[in-house]
Design a protein around this ligand. Structure first.
Ligand code: URA
Length: 249
């Protein structure tokens, strides 16, 4: 299948993918370091078709794309934000070539929560995944102080009342082990502030460790150490996009 034409200025394309500022890109073009389909570009404002034109910068092939989609295993102690005056944020964990796309987190995890975080600069996809109407499931693994019971599972399935009076949507609890400390998986279909911790508080228990392991069809990659990230595969991205489609039907 022929790709859709994607026409834009050469300097804009190269700046967008983090080759340098527009000024730096102009300099590169002037010094003959940028080839378009094998020919040195003479004007930095020339229009290219990013879908078909081959770009070489300093002898290295580069690929323009508008959006990036990153799957991160968020560590504790880092904020799910793009900037903060005091704390380290997830963007600080990115290589400059990815930070250049100006991605943002799709939803938030607490500072002390680990696990799956999607980062993208695709506002439309983010909006659809976060829309309360879409009920995109999110699954968490948690350690909980105290013995989690089937009765808690029944309450979560019916919806529990949080400290502000909000009644949660039905959620699914899976008890992995129960004792003085329990291990569970919980799937929720909304994303209220501190929701998992507050749901356990509603049944008189406290979460001591929390990690998100799934969002929609996207699973945390066990190969990613804390703080590591990678681009989504095409199948994973299609899964997220189709997931939205399934829910809309
Ligand atoms: N629920 C929480 O309590 N914290 C998170 O970070 C995510 C869900």
């Amino acid at each position: 299948m022929k790709e859709k034409a994607e026409k834009l200025r050469l300097d804009k394309a190269l700046a967008h993918i983090g080759i340098g500022s527009r000024k730096e890109v102009k300099q590169l073009v002037r010094s003959g370091c940028v080839l378009v389909n094998g020919t040195p570009a003479t004007k930095s404002d020339m229009i290219i078709d990013a879908a078909v034109d081959e770009l070489l910068v300093n002898g290295e092939a580069v690929r323009y794309r508008e959006f990036i989609y990153l799957l991160m295993n968020k560590p504790q102690g880092v904020l799910s934000a793009t900037e903060d005056r005091n704390d380290k944020v997830i963007i600080d964990l990115l290589e400059p070539e990815y930070a250049a796309f100006e991605p943002f987190p799709v939803g938030r995890l607490d500072k002390d929560t680990e696990g799956l975080l999607l980062l993208t600069n695709d506002g439309q996809l983010a909006h659809r995944l976060l829309s309360p109407k879409k009920h995109v499931p999110k699954t968490y693994f948690a350690r909980v102080a105290g013995e989690v019971s089937e009765a808690d599972g029944k309450q979560f399935a019916a919806g529990v009342e949080l400290d502000d009076g909000y009644k949660t949507l039905p959620a699914q609890l899976e008890i992995l082990s129960a004792g003085s400390e329990s291990e569970i998986r919980l799937t929720i279909y909304e994303g209220k502030f501190h929701q998992v911790k507050r749901m356990f508080a509603a049944v008189g228990k406290s979460v001591t460790y929390l990690k998100r392991i799934r969002m929609g069809d996207l699973e945390l990659d066990p190969a990613l150490a804390l703080g590591e990230y990678r681009e989504l595969s095409e199948a994973e991205l299609a899964g997220l996009q189709n997931f939205k489609a399934r829910r809309e039907n």
